[in-house]
Ligand binder design. Structure first.
Ligand code: CA
Length: 229
């Protein structure tokens, strides 16, 4: 079930939105201020954020900027003022869409559905849920930390798993070696980037039928690697 986070301080509006999402088969949660909303959006596993612009504490502009620094999920901005819409566009905050109040709940749901569908097309993966990814014969379950290849469980170390899960979070996206190393081993880890190369080789030995001609983790020469969707 798709999970939506509503960041909105007006409780009656937030509840109306939530009810409509639930009627339409979504799961929805409400946060009423910018700080906690940002935190939840970044640390949670939501499929889309509905973000009100006028919030107590940090406003929707700043919330959008902060979420975008960490997450690429669709953000739908909500505003009561037409002027704000120009501002959202002008700032290039990375909001995916905007809707002005008052809007009909039906319109909101339709927009959300369209964005979820578009996002899925863009990421090119079959995200069964937030915790499972299936790419051809490869099946990754983040909750149980298990990986299956053509139905057979593959035994990965935790770093190998983290690495593969990172690739699987954005299939087809090219990650640089530095980026992968930073994200999996942590910014302050003292290490050698060749550790990464070793791990990639190990994963390939486990999931590729021919590790010298990989069908999953591809080397993009001079750039990095990607998991082919
Ligand atoms: Ca508000």
């Amino acid at each position: 079930m798709k999970k939506i986070l509503i960041i909105e301080d007006e409780m009656n509006i937030a509840e109306l939105e939530r009810d409509y999402f639930e009627i339409n088969g979504f799961q929805a949660e409400i946060e009423t201020n910018g700080e906690t909303g940002t935190e939840k959006a970044i640390n949670g596993s939501y499929d889309l954020i509905v973000l009100d612009l006028m919030l107590p504490g940090i406003d929707g502009f700043e919330v959008c900027r902060r979420i975008r620094a960490h997450q690429e999920i669709p953000i739908l901005m909500v505003s009561a003022r037409k002027d704000d819409i120009d501002k959202i566009r002008g700032l290039g905050l990375g909001a995916d869409d905007y809707i002005t109040k008052p809007f009909s709940p039906g319109e909101l749901v339709a927009r959300v559905k369209a964005h979820l569908a578009r996002f899925e097309r863009l990421t090119g993966s079959t995200k069964l849920t937030n915790t499972e990814v299936k790419i051809r014969g490869l099946h990754l379950d983040k909750l149980s930390h298990r990986v299956y290849l053509n139905g057979q469980e593959v035994d990965l170390t935790s770093k190998e798993f983290d690495l593969l899960a990172l690739f699987a979070s954005e299939p087809d996206r090219v990650f640089t070696k530095e980026e992968l190393f930073e994200k999996v081993w942590g910014l302050d880890s003292i290490g050698d980037i060749s550790t990464l190369t070793v791990h990639i080789r190990k994963i390939r030995e486990k999931i590729e039928s021919d590790p010298s001609n990989p069908q999953y983790i591809e080397t993009i020469w001079g750039v990095g690697y990607r998991l082919r969707a």
